[in-house]
Design a protein around this ligand. Structure first.
Ligand code: PTJ
Length: 256
């Protein structure tokens, strides 16, 4: 990794870049994953590189869904495996949700490397390599495990590419997306959209799970029932607008 000094003003962002590049070099992340990360970075910049209030609400609701689910699954792709392997394993541990590797650019070698990478970060069983069930999709993201995503009632899909999210919702599943673009197809079709960087979102969710684990089913259900995803999407768009306005104001640029 290139040495990034901790006092660099863009330290967190540069470290994230290094991790994703390392993921490509290790054969975990696809080259296309670099482009996806760049898009995420741009949206993170627009939103102010912070967890906005409505994203924290969505993160709590996501935790409530995971804790009340019968068969919760955390879907892992090449980007999340490189960026947040330890946090994926911790979230799986605290919520009881199983990890399943599911790739758009699928190959046996990548599947194997990602599963081993998660295991090196403490994961026990990792699903995904059986691929014994199929979602009605014409690409490899449709290949899933029967006992995993196929049978799940709640699926967490960080950094998704749209049509699988829609398909899972059509199948009657609760889909939780983590996507910094509040206007992506994934964001618009998920049950719960977390417009936050996956690096912050997972850490928040681990913390919230520890707090909410003692809540009763009734309390968790009340959190779920009070949730409105459209309002959360609208708030993310508003937050981007306000952040840009403030930025312009600081630079003496008139907002027209
Ligand atoms: O590993 P694979 O083969 O399964 O491929 C994974 C990628 C990410 C390449 C694939 O799913 C893809 O192409 O995704 P998209 O269509 O680029 O969508 C990724 C979405 O996630 C975009 O809306 C980005 O803005 C968003 N995003 C990217 N990085 C982050 C992010 N959201 C949160 N945190 C990030 N770090």
């Amino acid at each position: 990794m290139t040495h990034i000094p901790e006092d660099h003003p863009r330290y967190a962002s540069l470290i994230t870049r290094e991790r994703i590049v390392e993921g490509v070099q290790m054969g975990i992340t696809s080259q296309q994953g670099l482009v996806a990360q760049g898009r995420g970075e741009a949206f993170d910049y627009l939103i102010g590189e912070r967890t906005i209030g409505s994203a924290a609400i969505a993160e709590r609701v996501a935790v409530a869904y995971l804790l009340t689910a019968q068969r919760p699954i955390i879907s892992v792709n090449g980007n999340t495996a490189a960026l947040v392997p330890g946090a994926l394993v911790s979230l799986s541990d605290v919520t009881g949700a199983q990890l399943e590797v599911n790739l758009f650019h699928r190959s046996d070698a990548r599947m194997h490397r990602i599963i081993e990478h998660l295991k090196a970060h403490g994961a026990g069983k990792v699903l995904g390599s059986k691929g014994d069930a199929r979602l009605d999709l014409s690409h490899d993201r449709g290949i899933v495990d029967q006992e995993g995503i196929y049978a799940a009632d709640v699926v967490l899909v960080p950094l998704e590419d749209g049509d699988r999210c829609q398909k899972l919702v059509e199948m009657g599943k609760i889909v939780i997306a983590i996507d910094l673009n509040p206007l992506s197809r994934t964001s618009l079709s998920a049950t719960v959209t977390i417009a936050d960087n996956v690096t912050r979102a997972l850490e928040n969710m681990i913390q919230f799970t520890k707090e909410m684990k003692k809540d009763s089913k009734k309390q968790l259900q009340a959190i779920i029932d009070s949730y409105d995803n459209r309002r959360v999407l609208a708030d993310a768009m508003y937050a981007i607008q306000e952040h840009l306005k403030n930025q312009a104001g600081r630079e003496g640029i008139e907002w027209i």
